[in-house]
Every structure is written in structure tokens, then in C-alpha cells.
Design a protein around this ligand. Structure first.
Ligand code: NAD
Length: 260
């Protein structure tokens, strides 16, 4: 159902982004994948996706903390694909410390990658979408775009900001055939979480398995994490024609986290 459409997924060489890229490709979209891996690794991954799903797929590198690189990424994606229908702002980073110990350079980095890069990518993509009178912008926010946790000031601020940005982009483009939504996952089993599990296990002298269980149970009523595939399926739905009037929403997929 997405054949003829083209997509850019940021941070798509691993985790949620990779699952999104695979799922959009499986539905027939041509795509640009992006991440921090070497050109060799990225090109290989793109070639594998292209062969497996019989779509055009390219890798473009770029550090999203750099505004020029974000603009170049979007421009290059549009040029390679000939159009840009779907933008998935997925790349994100985490850093944890209490506010009084939070280094300002870490704060800036989290805000730049998790929020400012999304703004810049949207800003660069909108003219293409507006002239095509079609666009699907999907921001991978977090439950931390809706509620807070201790020691995640920059991440929570960035994700709340991303949910706010999502609503403004939705309103400004409501009559342009462009939708903009945010997905708010709870725990998803990826590298970004593995680091937090390791840190907790080390600090408390417990096993990784116990740390994982305790970490999830702190906030999430359901004890299992969401799969990357479930998030990717929601992305594919938001990109589809069925979701044409869903816009400006922040959709939790969080095992009941924000129901409390
Ligand atoms: P991940 O670490 O596997 O993926 C993050 C991706 O972002 C990687 O591909 C990485 O290369 C890219 N990236 C990071 N910094 C970058 C930079 N400066 N420039 C370019 N690319 C950069 O983690 P993930 O869990 O798949 O995270 C994807 C998104 O989902 C993030 O925005 C994250 O905040 C969000 N999220 C994750 C969870 C979870 O539990 N895993 C929960 C809620 C939200």
C-alpha cells in the first residue's frame, strides 16, 4: 500500500528506526536510511533492504547535532528518491543525571539531537510536501513527551518539546494534505535501553535480567517491553491513507505507563 511513496527514516541503522525502515520497505516504499555507521556498513544495509524488498534504498550519513548536516540529509533524500512523502524523525539519545549534576554540554547535545534536529528536518521537508500536497511526518517521541522521570531532564524536556512541535506542524499544515503525529513508546528493547540496564545492574550489583525487570516495573504496568516491530507497524499505519485525518496526536504505546 505504500508503493510509489518515499520515506526518510533518521537513525535507521539500528533499533526502532531499522524496524521502521524494514516495514516501510516491505510495504513498497522507497527509502533513505540514515545513521552514524560507516558508509560501507550503511551502504551494505541499504543494498540488503533494496534486494530483500525490491525497492530503491540508499544510505546517507550525517550527524544530526549539526544543522547543516540535517538540511543536507533531507535535501539529499529528496534528490535521491525524487520525492519525499514520509519523514520519520526517529534518531535520539539519552543521558541521565540529576539536574544539579547535569553537564550543560550533555543538555545541549540531547536537545540538539532529540528536538532541534527534528525541527530542522521538518523545516527542510515541508516545502517538498507542501508542493506535493501530501506528507506524513512521524516523530518518535516517548512517554517522556507526556510524563517525567527523575534524572532525565534534557530527554524529558526535548520529548515534551517534540510533542508540542508535532501539534504546531499539524495545525499549520492541516489543509495541505500533510499530517504530523508523535508516537510515545514506553520501554522498547533496544540499545538505548541496554545501556540503562547495564548501568542499573552495575550500580546495584544485580544481574542484567533483574535490572531489566526492575527498570520496567518501576513505571510500566505491563512487565514486557514493546517490540520494535509494534512501533514500526504503528508508523506504517500513520503513513497510510487510513490515517489521513489523524494529525497532531501523541499516541502512547506504553504498556499502560501513562494510564496511571
Ligand atoms: P538506538 O540507540 O538503537 O537508535 C538511535 C539511533 O539514532 C541510532 O541509529 C543512532 O545512530 C542515531 N543517532 C543518535 N545520535 C545521532 C546523531 N547525533 N546523529 C545521527 N544519528 C544519531 O535507540 P532506539 O531505542 O531505537 O531509539 C529510537 C528512538 O526511539 C529515539 O528517539 C528514542 O528516544 C525513542 N524511544 C526509545 C524507547 C526505548 O525504550 N527504546 C522508548 C521511547 C522512545
Amino acid at each position: 500500500p505504500l508503493s510509489g511513496k518515499s520515506a526518510l527514516v533518521t537513525g535507521s541503522t539500528s533499533g526502532i528506526g531499522l524496524a521502521c525502515a524494514q516495514t516501510l520497505a516491505a510495504k513498497g516504499a522507497s527509502l533513505v536510511i540514515h545513521g552514524l555507521v560507516s558508509d560501507e556498513e550503511g551502504n551494505q544495509l541499504a543494498a540488503n533492504l533494496a534486494a530483500k524488498f525490491n525497492v530503491d534504498c540508499y544510505f546517507v550519513a550525517g550527524n544530526l547535532a549539526d544543522e547543516e548536516a540535517v538540511i543536507a540529509l533531507v535535501t539529499r533524500a529528496q534528490a535521491l528518491l525524487g520525492r519525499l512523502d514520509i519523514l520519520v524523525n526517529n534518531a535520539g539519545i539519552q543521558f541521565t543525571a540529576r539536574v544539579e549534576n547535569f553537564p550543560i554540554d550533555r543538555w545541549r547535545q540531547v536537545i540538539e539531537v532529540n528536538l532541534t534536529a527534528c525541527f530542522t528536518a521538518i523545516k527542510a521537508a515541508l516545502p517538498f510536501m507542501q508542493s506535493a500536497k501530501f506528507g506524513r511526518i512521524i516523530n518518535i517521541a516517548s512517554v517522556h513527551g507526556l510524563v517525567a522521570s527523575k534524572e532525565k531532564s534534557a530527554y524529558v524536556a526535548a520529548k515534551h518539546g517534540l510533542v508540542g512541535l508535532t501539534k504546531v506542524v499539524a495545525l499549520e499544515n492541516a489543509e495541505q494534505g500533510i499530517t504530523c503525529n508523535a508516537i510515545c513508546p514506553g520501554w522498547v528493547d533496544t540499545a538505548i535501553v541496554a545501556k540503562q540496564i547495564e548501568a542499573k545492574a552495575k550500580m546495584q550489583g544485580i544481574s542484567d535480567e533483574q535490572a531489566r525487570r526492575e527498570l520496567v516495573a518501576e513505571k510500566q504496568p505491563m512487565s514486557h517491553m514493546t517490540s520494535v516491530q509494534a512501533i514500526a507497524d504503528l508508523v506504517a499505519f500513520l503513513a497510510s491513507d487510513s490515517a489521513a485525518t489523524m494529525t497532531g496526536s501523541a499516541i502512547p504505546m506504553d504498556g499502560g505507563w501513562t494510564a496511571q
